[in-house]
Ligand binder design. Sequence first.
Ligand SMILES: [Zn+2]
Length: 100
Amino acid sequence: MNLVLAETFCKQIVFMLLYADNCLSVRSSSMQQPITGYHLDEEGHWVAQLACGHFQHVRHDPPWMIREWVTTPKGRHQMLGHHLACKKCDEHVPPDSLHS
Ligand SMILES: [Zn+2]
């Protein structure tokens, strides 16, 4: 039994329980799209890339917006696949693209 792996797994469960509440509190009829990746915008804010091709800011801006997970690589990794309400889908906005 790999103790380090077991510990990581336990922490992930706790993390999921903590943030499931956040997720459930979002009562929206918007299209739910899983996070597939992230990038930083010009101002250093994290932007989630959704499966639908849209981007969405995921700011950690207490006390208004508590998204501490976005401040760490581990947190961001754990939120991959987490569903966000995508208003751009509702409004039929064309998919966003990264300027390279
Ligand atoms: Zn979308």
